[in-house]
Design a protein around this ligand. Sequence first.
Ligand SMILES: NC(=O)c1ccc[n+]([C@@H]2O[C@H](COP(=O)([O-])OP(=O)(O)OC[C@H]3O[C@@H](n4cnc5c(N)ncnc54)[C@H](OP(=O)(O)O)[C@@H]3O)[C@@H](O)[C@H]2O)c1
Length: 301
Amino acid sequence: MEITITGASGFVGRRLSARLMAAGHRLRLLGRTGRLTPGTESANVRAFVWDPMAGPPPAESLAGCDAVIHLAGEPVAQRWSDEVRHRIRDSRVTGTRNLVAGLRAANPVPETLISASAVGFYGDRPSETLTESSAPGAGFLPDVCREWEREAEAVRDLGVRVAMIRIGLVLGADGGALEQMLPPFKMGVGGRLGPGTQYTPWIHLDDLCALFEFALDHPLHGPLNGCAPNPVTNAEFTRVLASSLHRPAIFPVPRFAINLLYGEMAQILFNSQRAVPRAAEAAGFRFKYPDLGVALADVLS
Ligand SMILES: NC(=O)c1ccc[n+]([C@@H]2O[C@H](COP(=O)([O-])OP(=O)(O)OC[C@H]3O[C@@H](n4cnc5c(N)ncnc54)[C@H](OP(=O)(O)O)[C@@H]3O)[C@@H](O)[C@H]2O)c1
């Protein structure tokens, strides 16, 4: 297949590009620098400059490709100033609208669009098991995810198959949230966040990349929860991570300390989302790392 990927230079995009290259696909990587990321130098890979905020991608980056994978967006895990909040929203909402405008103009139109989304779609839902048919939550991130998905789905009227992967906390080496969590845990001062009763949907990076590949190859459309079938509470996550590192995790981190550090963004660390991958499993997707202990053992090895 000929596949166009936005945000390919990021944590997920780097691993996904490597996996798709190894499977023999031809790739067109879209990013704001237009540079190939290390490891993607190949006759089968081309890079294009695209700033999602500036307008549609260059025509030659979309024409004749079979599928588009859309990952680009301002990082969410940072302190949310007004400016950052605008970038988080606009890079996804305006960025996806611009991508869709490019798809509309492409000749021929690609058959498939698979867009990233996030379990943040569901907001804070302490007492529910969340499947793809659960209603969206309330707040900044749920609103961003809803608008992001709506922009992606707009291209359905051209007959494009659209799937959105609502991604949970991605666990992989060399990046992502785990890279930020590891230093205190390695020092033995990591701890659960507040009460620790909040559910954290998580996924091993390899399973997430396999799920994107699965969505390319199967006639799935609409939302897919991109998280492992066994979400855990933050207290359990803390216990398993500390034990994988053979370190104690005795002292809880008080909520006011996290609020001081991250401001309003801290809210997402306390949101509870017991999301399960019902749509992916119903379609026959099998997780290589369904359990947190095994996933962390692999990532940390
Ligand atoms: N990692 C997770 O745990 C997780 C969880 C839930 C959802 N997701 C979603 O999955 C997608 C991929 O995640 P990731 O962890 O790979 O993200 P990432 O490492 O932050 O990379 C995303 C890419 O987006 C581009 N980008 C960054 N800021 C941008 C901006 N202001 N405007 C336009 N483009 C920008 C960058 O590519 P260039 O510099 O090459 O343009 C960057 O490499 C993201 O949309 C993210 O929200 C990730």
